[in-house]
Design a protein around this ligand. Structure first.
Ligand code: NDP
Ligand code: X2W
Length: 344
């Protein structure tokens, strides 16, 4: 399949290049840029020296749709809302890694992203796909909206309990931490070494744009109340840890909760559960498409603690996008994604 990437010079795009280089079905034929036309990707990323001969081309949706079967949009929010519809209309399949088509309510998108929403028709056309929860909708789809990084870790951590309606109203609190690559490649004061090194920062308190995405998905699974969701920047390059708390009012034991998770994820190739009372670290999923989950239940407080980790650039972005591409094209879901995490 002829495959193109827009935003290959960014971090998510670079991970797409790494994964697709070894993929047996998706062949990278074209790379597109808004700022580096005519250059080779190795001028931007020396670690890719000698690997991708094609020059970066300018963005022209009609031409792109003629040249490729599938385009990954690894662009900032506010870009794909314009680009994706033209590509799909011209017959190209699209997977958008940005937030532009995830939130199905335009007013909510504008409130949280502080940007103009995409056209409602195209928001509805885009299939939001967290494969473990809605892969059926993806088969044969032409246009996929890939989930956000924090939502992936959070929703996978909560889904088994939410689907069983076990969490009390207004009881979910998510304390999430991300490595700095989550902010992309462009430098900002918050992410430079001297600001971040040996430091821990909370940011976007009660204002994170992933709140409506998580709430939308939890609502579709049956949890109707708002969540408390806070994010922290931690001095490491990659990884997200979402530590999730919720209250369970039904009489239940921790072993029963763990059994529920085991059953829910028993056939999932990319969700790994730790033994009851053991918890994953971010390094244990680095460079992979895994989401690792550990949990405990405190019978004194009736509170469950769930720890869910992913690599933000992989299961949180690029490798999940490839998982979606595999499903879209009727391929084995794990194709090109069966590699171990990078450790240590
Ligand atoms: N980083 C992460 O962990 C995650 C990121 N995402 C989302 O994925 C997308 C990409 O993120 P990330 O790779 O981190 O971001 P980066 O900032 O690292 O890269 C984004 C790329 O987009 C391209 N770009 C910038 N402006 C435009 C434009 N006007 N038109 C077309 N392309 C443009 C740039 O490439 P060029 O200059 O060559 O055009 C740039 O390299 C974002 O929407 C992000 O929110 C989602 C989940 C996790
Ligand atoms: C560490 C860091 O800054 N992370 C980013 C991740 C967001 C992202 O990837 O943007 P989307 O809304 O397109 O998913 C943030 O918190 O805003």
């Amino acid at each position: 399949m002829k495959t193109g990437i827009v935003g290959a010079t960014g971090y998510g795009g670079a991970e797409l290049l790494r994964i697709l280089q070894a993929h047996p079905e998706f062949s990278i034929t074209s790379l597109y840029t808004s700022s580096q036309k005519g250059k080779n990707i190795e001028e931007h990323y020396p670690h890719l020296t000698g690997l991708f001969p094609q020059k970066l081309e300018e963005i022209n949706p009609v031409k792109m749709a003629e040249e490729t079967d599938l385009i990954f949009l690894a662009t900032p929010s506010g870009i794909s809302s314009k680009l994706a519809p033209e590509l799909v209309e011209n017959g190209c399949s699209v997977i958008d890694l940005s937030g532009d088509f995830r939130i199905k309510n335009q007013a909510k998108y504008e409130q949280w992203y502080k940007k103009e929403a995409a056209d409602l028709f195209w928001i509805e056309e885009a299939v939001y796909s967290l494969p473990e929860l809605n892969r059926e909708k993806v088969k044969g789809a032409k246009f996929i909206s890939n989930p956000g990084c924090y939502p992936t870790a959070t929703i996978l951590g909560l889904a088994p309990l939410v689907k069983e309606n076990l969490l009390a109203e207004n009881s979910i609190i998510i304390d999430a931490k991300s490595g700095v690559s989550g902010a992309g490649q462009s430098a900002s004061l918050a992410t430079i070494y001297s600001e971040l090194n040996e430091n821990l920062k909370v940011y976007k308190v009660n204002q994170h744009q992933h709140i409506p995405e998580i709430e939308q998905m939890l609502e579709s699974l049956g949890y109707k109340s708002p969540i408390t969701f806070q994010t922290h920047l931690i001095p490491m390059t990659r990884g997200i840890m979402a530590t999730i708390y919720g209250r369970i009012d039904t009489k239940i034991t921790k072993e029963e909760i763990w059994d529920l998770y085991q059953q829910f994820y028993s056939d999932e190739p990319f969700v790994r559960l730790r033994k009851l009372g053991s918890f994953p670290t971010t390094k244990e999923v680095t460079g992979s498409n895994f989401c690792d989950i550990g949990l405990d239940f405190d019978e004194r407080t009736s509170r469950v603690t769930i720890v869910s980790v992913i690599d933000n650039l992989m299961k949180g972005a690029a490798s999940q996008a490839v998982q979606n591409a595999n499903i879209m094209f009727g391929l084995e879901e794990t194709l090109g994604l069966q590699f171990s995490p990078v450790y240590p």
